[in-house]
Design a protein around this ligand. Structure first.
Ligand SMILES: Cc1cc2nc3c(=O)[nH]c(=O)nc-3n(C[C@H](O)[C@H](O)[C@H](O)COP(=O)(O)OP(=O)(O)OC[C@H]3O[C@@H](n4cnc5c(N)ncnc54)[C@H](O)[C@@H]3O)c2cc1C
Length: 252
């Protein structure tokens, strides 16, 4: 949770914050709406303002981020909910996170004293905690200039719509074979499966055996827990299967 001034909490779409208020888990003294801050809704090339909602991303985002946007809640939630709110909430199940992790995005933060950019890996510090300072807002996410041509998002949940991810993932593959795999809901923060990435990036035309090994490595690398949504074992299995299927789509 971040504050724009002492005791005040920023509100973008309210689709996370108001749930917490309704459940009584947070009771801010003051709420500052960001909806009329035009700068936050600006989308300039690879700089996406924190106040850009999922509906716009669904229509105009890079392929895998648009795929993720399409799965967030319902049309009403996608019209209200923003990418900045998704990041600031820092839920391990945030569907926007795997894409940003897979492409090594940066997060731009703004405060009364200036702006700074934080590398994606340094932004999340734990479950629902971030590097956001008490007087900072998320201003934007910055994507790299060159995004991989092939990129796929996928999500496993207990039903097909309006579902929080049991596992979500993005796989990207460049023309040079360099592959990234990022997963959500399987660790305290979004994670990359580095050993699986290194292994599969070495093959220009992976065989069935290579794909099976890739799946095994992803399952081995994730660090899921058992909670009310799923078990550790299922999440581990689903992570490997999902990542392999996304890679197969990238290879088509
Ligand atoms: C029915 C329902 C279904 C949902 N389904 C999904 C889903 O499928 N996938 C998914 O990932 N999420 C889902 N969500 C969660 C939520 O919609 C998303 O996380 C959304 O992106 C949150 O954005 P928001 O603008 O509504 O955030 P808000 O609720 O306005 O804010 C969330 C938090 O971020 C802070 N904040 C907001 N903007 C900023 C900023 N610019 N700088 C600093 N702090 C900021 C707020 O203070 C608050 O702590 C769902 C929620 C609901 C209610």
């Amino acid at each position: 949770m971040s504050a724009v001034s002492e005791g005040a909490v920023p509100l973008a779409g309210g689709t996370d914050l108001m749930v917490e208020v309704n459940f009584g888990t947070t009771r801010p003294d003051y709420v500052v709406s960001l909806r009329r801050v035009d700068e936050l809704r600006e989308w300039d090339g690879h700089r996406i303002g924190a106040g850009v909602n999922w509906r716009r991303i669904e229509r105009n985002g890079p392929r895998a981020l648009a795929q993720a946007a399409r799965t967030v809640g319902s049309p009403q939630i996608r019209n209200a909910g923003t990418i900045g709110g998704n990041i600031a909430t820092a839920s391990p199940a945030g569907d926007g996170h795997p894409f940003l992790a897979a492409v090594d995005a940066e997060v731009e933060l703004v405060s009364p004293t200036g702006r700074r950019r934080v590398a994606w890996d340094d932004f999340f510090t734990g479950v629902k905690t971030t590097a956001l300072g008490a007087d900072e807002l998320v201003a934007a996410v910055i994507l790299p200039d060159d995004l991989p041509e092939r990129q796929e998002f996928g999500k496993v949940g207990v039903r097909n719509a309006m579902v929080i991810s049991t596992v979500c993932a993005v796989v990207t593959r460049g023309d040079d074979g360099v592959t990234t795999v990022a997963l959500g809901s399987v660790a305290p923060t979004p994670m990359r499966a580095g050993r699986a990435e290194t292994m599969i990036s070495a093959f220009s035309r992976p065989t069935k055996g290579d794909l099976a090994e890739f799946q095994r490595l992803v399952s081995a690398e994730v660090r899921p827990i058992t909670d009310h949504r799923s078990t550790e074992d299922y999440r581990r299995h689903a992570s490997g299967v999902l990542a392999r299927r996304l890679l197969e789509r990238c290879l088509r």
